[in-house]
Ligand binder design. Structure first.
Ligand code: FAD
Length: 398
């Protein structure tokens, strides 16, 4: 981990608030990294619409609150500490290294913050953002049974009734389901298919008719709550509409552009961890009277891994510099595409270097490869990233 911190710091990451970074790294080393394998093994439980994390989640959560972690995602005007994009990236890569599930929890959380920030009702923004800054979690819910890659197919119905909208529908695969206190939801307010029918709402979890179902166990990201959220005749006040009716998809996609860079950062963190673990393993594993690291083939494989990781990180930093430019969408998709493919290939080579031991489940590399695979689906699959990149590229030619 110290290697990774040195690399990130050499780019100036995490330097803006050294006190926070030092406490954060301390928490990761002493409470997260030492317990992550056990937490993954025990997994999540679910009771009364709420997810229950394995120990020592309470201590990790308390530590994060104590160092002002939740406030970093919230602008100063709403009671937060307004960390820069680079600083959030630094956090995400370290979470990828230590506990990718926790990284995704906060990517989803941050997307909810971004969506709420796009709203116009200052009272609502102030209330929800302060709640999230004080330690509650956010979620972003777009996917449905029939609206996966094609988000414009969202059918979740929100029908206007006086000062309320009546919500009826289900969202699936939602990160932070049963954990979040605030859900940002893409709904259909016009009753017909198409992007212009979609609107976004921010809704708190304490409503009649709302329930959560945890989905079956995943191949990785074992302590990321991923569930179904269900609304039956829920009355949602008009003020909870974020932005204009019919403009919800654009708003949600803007938030997702930012999320893609952070997911790419988590992928880089996972890959760094795999490389560190593989180095340690190869150093100790003796064959033909020599450690594996002395084989040129193995050392070249590690050289390739290292180069690929740095190339992916380079794309992330490039994307971070494009935040206000017209190339942002393409740059963040490129970073996500490359980094998520890179981490899967790093994981595969890592498992191969472990020989037969890599085939058994209870090793850290197989745990991380399950996490690596999950990165592909979040915020759009690789095919979707290619669609975005080619569309933006063709636009730039005309
Ligand atoms: C762990 C996890 C967490 C998630 N968290 C969230 C969340 O918090 N919020 C949320 O809203 N969603 C979430 N999702 C859902 C995720 O965004 C979707 O799984 C993803 O968008 C793909 O949709 P789908 O699974 O329905 O696949 P499908 O849309 O059925 O696609 C299946 C395959 O076909 C490909 N494909 C589809 N259409 C095309 C095309 N036109 N051209 C070429 N290829 C195509 C896709 O790339 C994919 O490989 C999560 C998913 C996972 C696994």
């Amino acid at each position: 981990m110290d290697n990774l911190i040195r690399i990130l710091r050499s780019f100036g990451e995490g330097e803006e608030d050294k006190t926070f970074t030092d406490s954060f790294v301390d928490l990761l080393k002493n409470r997260v990294m030492t317990n992550v394998e056990r937490m993954y093994e025990v997994g999540l439980k679910f009771q009364n619409n709420r997810v229950i994390f394995p120990p020592p989640w309470d201590s990790i959560y308390a530590g994060l609150k104590e160092i002002g972690f939740f406030k970093r995602f919230i602008p100063v005007d709403y009671g937060g500490s307004g960390a820069s994009e680079e600083s959030i990236y630094f956090i995400m890569e370290l979470l990828g290294y230590t506990c990718p599930s926790l990284g995704i929890i906060f990517v989803a959380h941050g997307r909810a913050v971004d969506v709420i920030l796009a709203g116009r009702d200052e009272a609502l923004k102030d209330k929800l953002l302060r709640r999230l800054g004080d330690g509650d979690f956010g979620a972003i819910a777009m996917t449905e049974e029939r609206a996966g890659t094609d988000v414009s197919a969202v059918e979740f119905s929100a029908t206007r009734k006086g000062d309320y909208y009546v919500f009826n529908g289900e969202k699936i695969f939602i990160s932070n389901a049963g954990l979040a206190g605030v859900y940002t939801i893409l709904v259909n307010t016009k009753g017909k298919k198409g992007a212009r029918s979609l609107s976004v709402f921010a809704v708190e979890d304490e409503i009649d008719g709302f329930r959560v179902d945890l989905l079956p166990e995943k191949d990785g990201l074992k302590i990321l709550p991923t569930g179904k959220i269900i609304y039956e005749n829920c009355l949602i006040p008009r003020e909870n509409l974020i932005g204009d009716e019919g403009k919800g998809l654009l708003l949600a996609l803007d938030a997702i552009d930012r999320g893609r860079i952070l997911l790419a950062g988590i992928a880089c963190g996972i890959a760094c961890r795999i490389l560190d673990e593989i180095f340690e393993y190869s150093r100790k594993r003796i064959q033909f009277d020599h450690p594996l690291t002395s084989s040129q083939d193995i050392s070249f494989k590690m050289a390739d891994m290292y180069t690929q990781i740095n190339a992916a990180r380079g794309l992330c930093f490039h994307a971070l510099k494009q935040v206000h430019s017209p190339y942002y969408r393409s740059a963040s998709s490129q970073a996500k595409l490359f980094a998520t493919q890179m981490v899967m290939s790093v994981a595969q080579v890592g498992l191969m270097i472990m020989g037969g031991r890599g085939y058994f489940r209870n090793n850290i590399i197989s745990m991380l490869s399950g996490d690596a695979r999950g990165m592909e689906y979040l915020e759009g699959t690789s095919s979707i990233q290619k669609m975005i990149i080619s569309r933006e590229l063709f636009k730039s030619y005309t």
